[in-house]
Design a protein around this ligand. Structure first.
Ligand code: GLU
Length: 294
């Protein structure tokens, strides 16, 4: 039974079936939780109906179960969490840390280009009001300062969110909640202490840390794992139609994914033995990483 105060999670968006890349995140977060005698949670991040694929949530949960990875508590579904996201937005508005924005995407791009900002950086057009134009989205008000954190694998990571991203969207123009807000509210709600996810998300972490600070929520420890790539060096993703992991060969897949995560070949007879031995190996890796940093 989990005994420590470690709480980790795997938080897939149901935009397609699990592929090798998402399987690597699932396994890494599970191993890290088990190696810390912690709790492992699954959260379905289904806040983007236009991108979500019907049935993908069930298929993800079934695939995880076929690999022996089962949430220690009932799965949390983000479609149930709208009130909590609204409360967070209200709190940010109350503290003048969120404001309504009337800009379309084309306007943002045009204005950013005119001001010679990097593409996509919000130029702050509606910071002091929309000038009577109707509000489309809600943005978080950033400040010009560097946010820094130490990733457990990649070390020090720094970002000036205002310069590199700009005031970012927390409620979208289509009325949907933005990932940045939902993930922060739910990690705190579930008491998550350790986030293990793909390194493609590392540049989101400073935005999430700003929201945690603004909402008075704790910041978890972060570990961003190496992405699984295809032969062409492209990141596997649902957008590039990466193949679903076959559920009939879980041991072979776990060995492959485990090797990607730096585990030795285990050659176990069955799933349970593989997972037990993989936890031992992960623990040894943590201990030796600890020895080199101290
Ligand atoms: N839902 C996100 C995804 O599937 C991951 C969110 C996270 O781990 O913070 O890409």
């Amino acid at each position: 039974m989990p005994q420590s105060c470690y709480i980790g999670r795997f938080a897939p968006s149901p935009t397609g079936p699990l592929h090798l890349g998402s399987m690597a995140c699932a396994l890494a977060s599970w191993l890290d939780a088990r190696a810390h005698d912690g709790t492992w949670l699954v959260r379905i991040e289904d806040i983007d109906p236009p991108r979500d694929v019907p049935g993908a949530d069930r298929s993800i949960l079934e695939t995880l179960a076929a690999f022996g990875l089962v949430s220690d508590r009932p799965v949390l579904w983000q479609h149930d969490r709208g009130d909590a996201y609204q409360a967070a937005l209200n709190e940010l508005r109350r503290r003048n840390l969120a404001y309504g924005c009337a800009c379309t995407r084309a306007e943002v791009l045009r204005e950013a280009a005119r001001l010679q900002l990097a593409p996509g950086v919000y130029p702050g057009t509606c910071r002091s009001g929309t000038g009577g134009r109707p509000i489309r989205a809600w943005r978080f008000r950033t400040q010009s300062r560097t946010v820094a954190f130490t990733d457990r694998r990649l070390g020090l990571y720094r970002q000036n969110v205002e310069k590199e991203v700009g005031d970012f969207v927390i409620r979208r123009a289509d009325g949907l909640w933005a990932y940045q807000l939902a993930v922060v509210v739910d990690d705190a709600f579930e008491g998550v202490t350790h986030v293990v996810r793909g390194s493609d998300l590392i540049d989101n972490t400073p935005r999430q840390m700003l929201l945690q600070e603004a909402l008075n929520l704790p910041t978890p420890h972060y570990l961003h794992i190496a992405l699984v790539t295809d032969e062409a060096g492209q990141k596997l993703s649902k957008q590039t139609r990466a193949a679903a992991v076959p559920v009939d060969r879980p041991l072979t897949i776990l060995e492959t994914v485990g090797r990607h995560l730096g585990l030795p070949a285990i050659g176990a007879r069955n799933l349970t033995i593989y997972l037990q031995q993989a936890v031992e190996c992960w623990r040894e890796m943590l201990e030796s990483a600890d020895r080199t940093t101290h």
